[in-house]
Design a protein around this ligand. Structure first.
Ligand code: GLY
Length: 341
């Protein structure tokens, strides 16, 4: 039996009212009521999605393209030094190198990605250039960096004082296991060094006024990962997938499990078969549990989906997964307070 927990809070950020609602189901219903014509709408993972959505909204409210919106949007957490899981300031690998993964996909099925790229904050913009300026989909490591530098990006040190301290702290035990990414303090006993919660990737999906979908996904990956480790986030079909006829999906959590199920592609294909966004996400999570029941209590994996009608939904393995929604009427942060256990 699914547990549904009620957590409704209200707060003010600038002039924006944030409504914290418990279930993706409630969110999905609300969207159908508020926005019968679909877009423009933006959804993105975790609490940092709120600020990212606001930046993306500046593009969409002026009839901009969803692709531009998602790039602008996810650049916000990439540049936020307080964000320890995306972009500059993200936790390094176990050897102290910050390496970023990102991908982007547009309404025409074009896509680009960078994997394990160091020294460039805006991995998403490099991913977009891979899509637009090369015949390829992915560039990795040194090659991705070289491509970025050739295209005007500046080399930076992405390890900040805070992420460097957290790494030093981690080195004391050097325990190598994924830390469950549950961000909300009401739920989470799992704290990282430096007292930070481990909410990882930002995945963003947008539907513009012309009815076109795009998505972006960017992360510094698993904290203190093995050097060279790449998760789901830059893998088209795993961390992100867009089909402009159907909808889009993105994921967060332990990337290995998402890759094994080609999770975001699966969610979109389930929506093609008639699943609602929430039910599609739930089924994708269930497939992961089915494959690895013994692991299911130890890890977090979540999916977020948006269909062509502007309906959205999400589902996560553990409680405490939140996502942010932005459309004409309001900004919402929706906490998925459900557990399949
Ligand atoms: N979902 C982010 C990662 O596993 O790298």
């Amino acid at each position: 039996m699914i547990n549904r927990r009620k957590f409704i809070y209200h707060s003010i950020v600038g002039a924006t009212t944030l409504h914290f609602v418990d279930t993706a189901y409630a969110a999905s219903q609300k969207q159908q009521k508020n926005n019968k014509n679909g877009g423009p709408i933006i959804v993105s993972t975790w609490d940092f999605g709120i600020a990212a959505n606001l930046a993306a909204w500046e593009v969409l409210k002026n009839n901009g393209r969803a692709l531009d919106a998602v790039e602008v949007g996810v650049k916000v957490p990439e540049a936020d030094l307080k964000n320890l899981t995306v972009g500059k300031g993200g936790y390094p690998d176990r050897d102290g190198h910050v390496s970023l993964d990102a991908c982007i996909m547009d309404e025409n099925g074009n896509c680009g990605a960078v994997l394990a790229m160091e020294h460039i904050t805006h991995a998403i913009s490099v991913a977009r250039l891979v899509m637009e300026k090369t015949p390829h989909v992915m560039l990795a490591g040194e090659g991705a960096l070289q491509f970025a530098l050739e295209n005007g990006f500046q080399k930076e040190n992405l390890l900040t004082e805070e992420s460097g301290k957290a790494w030093q702290e981690w080195l004391k035990d050097a325990e190598y296991k994924p830390i469950m990414n549950i961000e909300n303090q009401h739920f989470s006993p799992n704290k990282l060094p430096g007292n930070q919660y481990n909410h990882d990737t930002i995945g963003m999906l947008a539907l513009d006024a012309n009815g076109n979908l795009s998505g972006a996904c960017t992360t510094s990956g698993m904290a203190f990962k093995m050097r060279g480790r790449v998760g789901d986030s830059p893998i088209i079909g795993a961390g992100l997938y867009i089909d402009n006829e159907i909808g889009g999906a993105t994921s967060t959590g332990v990337g290995e499990e998402v890759v094994r199920t080609v999770g975001s592609f699966l969610v979109v294909e389930l929506m093609r078969q008639g699943f609602s966004p929430e039910d599609a996400c739930k089924e994708a999570v269930a497939r992961i549990v089915k494959k690895k029941p013994e692991k299911a209590k130890e890890i977090q994996v979540g999916f977020l989906a948006l269909n062509k009608k502007g309906e959205y939904g999400a589902y996560a393995l553990q409680e405490g997964f939140s996502f942010a929604v932005c459309h004409e009427q309001q900004q919402d942060l929706l906490i998925q307070g459900k557990s399949i256990f």
